[in-house]
Design a protein around this ligand. Sequence first.
Ligand code: FAD
Length: 185
Amino acid sequence: MPRRNEYDLICIGSGPAGQRAAIQAAKLGKKAAVVEKQQCIGGVCIQTGTIPSKTFREAVRRLYTQPHLDDDTDTDVYAPRIRPTMPQLISHVGRVIQREMHIISDALGRNDVELVHGLASFVEPHTVRVETVHGHRLLTADHILLAVGTRPSKPQSVEPDGQTVGCRTFYPVSANSSAVLVSGC
Ligand SMILES: Cc1cc2nc3c(=O)[nH]c(=O)nc-3n(C[C@H](O)[C@H](O)[C@H](O)COP(=O)(O)OP(=O)(O)OC[C@H]3O[C@@H](n4cnc5c(N)ncnc54)[C@H](O)[C@@H]3O)c2cc1C
């Protein structure tokens, strides 16, 4: 029977929800695509949330508890601990983010999940319009998963002003900071 729509499943959003759903569908023999509006893939998990925050924490912990981990020096020889600078930490986080993005993009590719970069919106229940840098594309699917994530809420009493920032702008801003106060966990 000819296929009614181009895909069995389109996932809007390449965060953990969208990418895993698309890969699982592909493993079950379905034709799946992921649409992502950002140039980077992986959603909050890779860009500003889970991976950056834990990489940051682990990088500091590792440098302080095992300062020789990255070199070949004899660990019995005393060496003063070198305090990492914020740009070094940020650059380490950046390398981990790049590696994680490659892992996701490989996983999508290996499972024949098409990754479409662009902003998705509905035209009708089974048709999504994707605004890409090369114009727009219309994609059709039997099922469309909204995996668009969330937006952080802003406390009424706190105004972001460049010094006080939300979690999504923390990493770029923190490169020039020597100390930070974190509110909320
Ligand atoms: C600081 C921080 C630390 C965290 N730490 C942890 C942790 O340690 N462990 C843990 O389990 N979770 C953690 N989380 C939570 C975790 O990051 C989220 O639960 C997870 O990313 C949600 O995944 P998602 O796929 O639902 O959405 P998201 O990761 O938000 O992805 C949604 C994607 O959809 C895209 N999108 C939105 N609208 C459109 C559109 N119209 N067209 C195309 N694309 C669109 C967005 O660009 C985004 O890439 C943390 C979050 C934060 C902020």
